[in-house]
Each structure stands twice: as structure tokens, then as C-alpha cells.
Design a protein around this ligand. Structure first.
Ligand SMILES: [Zn+2]
Length: 309
């Protein structure tokens, strides 16, 4: 199968944006304080531009910013929120939840894709405001507990600190996190970080039930000097990526969402739907396409690493 043209273009653009060194530490690379008012990185201001919230399908809503996803899944017994963006994304996410008519206090569970500042940075503030439980991969839980990066993160040296969160619960691979009628399956899809987790659930709208996959970042990027092909720091990195690609390729998937919305052409699909295509978010081959794209990126990265310098 081939990746839809629009998706390929957007994914390529997003990848180019991320493939370049994106992080710039503040003056002298000294650690930034945890109570950042604005995270300093090349893409941060653009990532944090406000985005009007909208329904993806059924009880699944986009409440993130223009460049960083946050996904709300609602039920009469409480809501689940996936990812918190940057520390300064938290107030925008909270405002989006309220703008849709939901209460932040009804968010009972916070989930995370991976423990980097741009997807986990807002969790502390959102946890504080909602009182929700934080449910994480054990590796991510350790990162958030310590408030510092772990050396097996390929981007360890690029790490930007963010307010830590204590996980109330750690999830194992394949475990189902339940909140009333809501059920989220955790899929370990590491490589980008050792704790990378994709989440899947089902959303229905008047009897039309779609499998939604929030697939974690699959970009094989790192700080200078790190090699996936020869890493004592993260020796299972390649195997983790490959395992994740295989998983994503075979899981039931009608809708793909990703921590950076450009990787799943969220806004292009929104525009298509607003132009009249009611099923613009549904594409049953999309996760296979995403896995295939990720496989190619990994192959390119490994080939580059194997070229003798
Ligand atoms: Zn990341």
C-alpha cells in the first residue's frame, strides 16, 4: 500500500522539521528552571500556537496546540487525557477542554506518549488542576519522578527539564487502562525513547465505531555522538523500534493520531472534513503506512551510521 500523497508530504515536512537539531539549550547550556514560563527550543513557540479544539470522532477530541497533540476522550464517568504538551501548553489545553463544555476536574486519568518536555511538560500542571491519576510506562515514570533525563534516552544530552509528575500507576505492555466504559490499551513502541508508548481505544458515533491509535513518535533522532547501531547506553533501541513498527502495522486502526499532529495530517484531515468529507479522519491503512514510513526512516538512519567516517 502507498501512503496518501497529502500525508506523505506533510509527514516529510514534519520529519525535516524534526530531523534538524531542534533543541537549543539556554545560555551556556545550564539547566533551565523547572518553572519555565516559556520553553527555549527552536520549534517551541510555533508548536505552542493556539488551536481551536474539535471532535475527531465520537468521544475523542483534539485539545492540543497547533504543533503538539493533546487528546481528550470523554465519558459520563470521567475523562482521559493523553499528553500535556509543553509546560506552557497546559493552560491552552485546559482552556480547550472547557471550551468544549467539559470540566477539567472530570479528567480522571492522564496518559503519555513519551517522557520528553514537549509531550510530558504540561502534565504536572494538568495533574494539579484536575487531580487525575498519571499512568505511565515504567521508564517514563522514572524520568518524570526524577525530573531528569536517563542516559539511555538517545536525546539525553538535549534534554530540557520540565516539572516532574509522580506516576500513580505503571503500565505493562498490552495492559488495558480502564475508566468506567473507557478502555485504553498500552503498546510499548520504544526507540525514540525507551519508554515510548502508543495507545489504542475505540470511539463510537451513532453506532459507527472506529479504532483510534495514538501512535508514539517513531523518529530515530539523537544527540550528536549517539549511534543506534553501537549503543551501550540503549542497546535494545533498534529492536524496540522494529517491534513497534511491527505492532503498529498490524493493529486495528481506523484513525491515526500522533504526538506531533503533522505526522498524522490532522489539520489537513480537519480541513477535508469541513469541506464535506465526513470520513476524512478514517483511513484503515493509515497505521500500516505510518509503520512503513517509520521503517524507512530507521533504515536511512542506520545506513548513515554505518558509513565509515
Ligand atoms: Zn520526543
Amino acid at each position: 500500500m502507498s501512503f496518501p500523497v497529502a500525508l506523505r508530504h506533510a509527514v516529510a515536512a514534519a520529519f525535516v522539521a524534526l530531523a534538524a537539531p531542534t533543541l537549543t539549550l539556554a545560555q551556556g547550556s545550564s539547566p533551565l528552571p523547572a518553572d519555565l514560563s516559556a520553553t527555549v527550543c527552536n520549534g517551541c513557540a510555533e508548536w505552542n500556537e493556539p488551536q481551536r479544539p474539535f471532535r475527531v470522532h465520537g468521544n475523542t477530541w483534539y485539545v492540543g496546540t497547533r504543533g503538539l497533540s493533546a487528546i481528550l476522550v470523554t465519558s459520563p464517568n470521567g475523562h482521559v487525557l493523553l499528553d500535556g504538551g509543553l509546560p506552557e501548553s497546559a493552560p491552552l489545553i485546559a482552556a480547550s477542554i472547557r471550551a468544549l463544555g467539559f470540566r477539567l476536574e472530570d479528567v480522571k486519568v492522564l496518559l503519555n506518549s513519551h517522557a520528553h518536555f514537549d509531550h510530558a511538560g504540561g502534565l504536572a500542571a494538568l495533574q494539579k488542576a484536575s487531580g487525575a491519576d498519571v499512568v505511565l510506562h515504567p521508564w517514563s515514570a522514572a524520568v518524570l519522578r526524577m525530573g531528569t533525563s536517563l542516559p539511555d534516552d538517545p536525546q539525553h544530552g538535549l534534554y530540557l527539564p520540565f516539572p516532574g509528575v509522580r506516576a500513580n500507576r505503571e503500565v505493562s505492555d498490552g495492559e488495558v487502562v480502564q475508566l468506567g466504559s473507557l478502555a485504553f490499551t498500552a503498546h510499548y513502541t520504544g526507540g525514540h525513547t525507551p519508554g515510548g508508548t502508543s495507545w489504542s481505544w475505540r470511539s463510537c458515533d451513532e453506532g459507527r465505531c472506529w479504532d483510534i491509535v495514538y501512535a508514539d513518535s517513531q523518529t530515530p533522532i539523537s544527540e550528536d555522538g549517539f549511534r543506534f547501531t553501537n549503543s551501550t547506553r540503549y542497546p535494545s533501541g533498534i529492536a524496540d523500534f522494529e517491534r513497534g513498527h511491527a505492532l503498529l502495522a498490524r493493529m486495528p486502526c481506523d484513525v491515526l493520531l500522533t504526538p506531533h499532529p503533522g505526522f498524522s495530517t490532522v489539520f489537513e484531515r480537519l480541513a477535508e472534513r469541513e469541506a464535506g468529507d465526513a470520513d476524512a479522519f478514517r483511513e484503515p491503512t493509515v497505521c500500516r503506512g505510518y509503520a512503513e514510513w517509520a521503517k524507512q526512516r530507521l533504515a536511512e538512519r542506520l545506513a548513515k551510521e554505518r558509513v565509515p567516517e
